[in-house]
Design a binder for this molecule. Sequence first.
Ligand SMILES: *[C@@H]1O[C@H](CO)[C@@H](O)[C@H](O)[C@H]1NC(C)=O
Ligand SMILES: *[C@@H]1O[C@H](CO)[C@@H](O)[C@H](O)[C@H]1NC(C)=O
Ligand SMILES: *[C@@H]1O[C@H](CO)[C@@H](O)[C@H](O)[C@H]1NC(C)=O
Ligand SMILES: *[C@@H]1O[C@H](CO)[C@@H](O)[C@H](O)[C@H]1NC(C)=O
Ligand SMILES: *[C@@H]1O[C@H](CO)[C@@H](O)[C@H](O)[C@H]1NC(C)=O
Ligand SMILES: *[C@@H]1O[C@H](CO)[C@@H](O)[C@H](O)[C@H]1NC(C)=O
Ligand SMILES: *[C@@H]1O[C@H](CO)[C@@H](O)[C@H](O)[C@H]1NC(C)=O
Length: 570
Amino acid sequence: MQRSEFILIVAVLITASCTTSVVGFLEQIAARLPLPGTPSPPGSPWPLPRAWTRNLNVATLSSKDNFQYISNVNDCRELNVALGRYDYEILTQKSGRVDAASGFPILSKVYIHIPENARQNLCGEFPKLNRSLAYESYKIVVGNSSEGVPIANISAETIWGALRGLETFSQLVWRDRDWSANHYYINFTEINDSPRYPHRGLMLDTARHYLAPRVIKQVLDAMSYNKLNVFHWHIIDDQSFPFVSRTFPELSDKGAYIPGVLIYDPPTVQDIIEEARLRGIRVVFEFDTPGHTLVFKKSHPELLTPCYGDGVNPGTPDYPNHAAHEILDPTKENTYTFMKDLFTEVFHNVTKDEYLHLGMDEVYYACWKSSPEIKSFMEKNNYTEVNQVQEHYTKRHLSMVQSLGAKAIIWQDPLDYGVQLDKDVIVQIWKSGTGETSWQTYFQKALDAGYSTLLSSCWYLNYIAYGETWRQYYECDPELSLPKPLPDWQKELILGGEAALWAEYVDATNVVSRLFPYLGAVAEKLWSTANSSSTDDAMWRLDEQRCRMLGRGINAQPIFNGYCFPGEIF
Ligand SMILES: *[C@@H]1O[C@H](CO)[C@@H](O)[C@H](O)[C@H]1NC(C)=O
Ligand SMILES: *[C@@H]1O[C@H](CO)[C@@H](O)[C@H](O)[C@H]1NC(C)=O
Ligand SMILES: *[C@@H]1O[C@H](CO)[C@@H](O)[C@H](O)[C@H]1NC(C)=O
Ligand SMILES: *[C@@H]1O[C@H](CO)[C@@H](O)[C@H](O)[C@H]1NC(C)=O
Ligand SMILES: *[C@@H]1O[C@H](CO)[C@@H](O)[C@H](O)[C@H]1NC(C)=O
Ligand SMILES: *[C@@H]1O[C@H](CO)[C@@H](O)[C@H](O)[C@H]1NC(C)=O
Ligand SMILES: *[C@@H]1O[C@H](CO)[C@@H](O)[C@H](O)[C@H]1NC(C)=O
């Protein structure tokens, strides 16, 4: 039986009635068994900063009218938009007004400092994969000014660091237990922070179910509350083609669930990219081939290999081994030119990122093996194994994409069947079995071969189960979970990871609650120093983070018993 079933946790913030510096702490109530871990006080940030000097001195936030952000640059749109966002969120939690508590020093000024030169502060640019710690680092000091008045200073080398700092600053603010008092506080503190990994992502699948742009934007918002910086958009799959191509409009005209309606047209896609950019989030598009392409058949049947399920007729299934069609036809020149035209549009007119995700996963051979065309293609090329056919496609497709100037990310599969790839291809590890097929083995193999890697295997958020499943996400670590320590050169190959939410059972009704706050567990693994917190201690902060997200209108699901102070949002 699970320990958690017998524990009742209630987070209570008690405010001293007099105006001493001790204004609050968390109280726990445990039934039958003590609660694990050390409670964190309100105003504890998630993910945990690299260096956080706590302080018992407390200031109260001034009323909204007196509160001011002051920045040294005026012409940075990203910063100005962010200040609008954080003003509202910090001060009102979207639910009310702010009054300074009497008897406390009042914080009314937050200074933001970034380099004035746009080339250095990166205002106006798109976020990139950048391994430099400085790229997203920031520093926060909440303390007395030389006049003895509380001020907050947020400084960063780039706008992206400033955004991360603003998020942390917003999390340092906490609310009085007396809900009606509208009092908000912040402890004096000093934080020096920068991410552990440069690629901290979420993969969303918008093909199994369509997700409205409004919902995607809410996910982007909540990602930024967890300092995630990559939205990997698995935009098409066997089931639907919601992406509107200008070159091949028939793909979505025939392939969208509701053509013209359940689609992402060019302005919508650009709008989502911009919303992401304003939060320091890259959008990496995945157009998965040569498998997962059944949807192409609706408008371009010539692109797919007909399977010979009955041994005689093309385009016949042999369930459950293969469908009538399921994989691109690598034997025809037209397949390559079509993909070249599609990817040219995607790379030059759609994405703003240097990287394209090429998929390449789950190419099952049963269909190809049934096909006489594949057989003669193999003979012509002197191929003895079907995986050489896949290698053939993989190499041509990759070099085409590279010739466009794009950098590539692929799922691990081509590596598994021994394809040699350029070392600048990023390999995303997603499989997870045991022993030789454990993710650790795959991950280590990719590192041994010198590839930059992303980890996803242990962060499949779609595998829902009863209980505190966030713990397993939190306890999976790209370095510490490996059987032996990595040499430094291999550590540097780890770019980070991505949680994945495959959408067979996910749509707008449940995507947000299924992602949050669990995605936060992954985010902390990718942002914070390895082993920075025990899982038991992290629970308290994650619970607070969940409540914080609720306060911001994100329907994050509970991680445990209890309630969100000062009130659940319904
Ligand atoms: C804030 O200060 C109070 C005491 O005044 C202390 O109990 C609490 O732990 C501090 N919180 C943080 C986040 O440091
Ligand atoms: C990465 O970020 C750092 C810090 O902003 C910057 O100095 C460097 O030029 C960036 N590197 C690239 C390749 O953009
Ligand atoms: C905040 O920054 C200003 C200007 O950069 C500096 O003069 C001041 O000492 C800083 N205050 C604190 C509390 O760090
Ligand atoms: C901040 O300055 C005020 C006014 O000088 C002083 O009363 C207070 O003790 C100072 N607080 C800290 C934490 O230094
Ligand atoms: C791509 O962009 C270029 C330059 O803006 C434009 O000329 C071209 O028509 C666009 N192509 C597509 C397919 O949208
Ligand atoms: C296949 O092998 C034959 C005999 O060795 C050779 O003549 C031919 O060029 C090869 N074809 C390809 C495509 O490599
Ligand atoms: C860090 O890892 C070590 C060894 O695995 C463990 O003993 C220690 O408790 C961990 N520290 C935290 C804060 O989890």
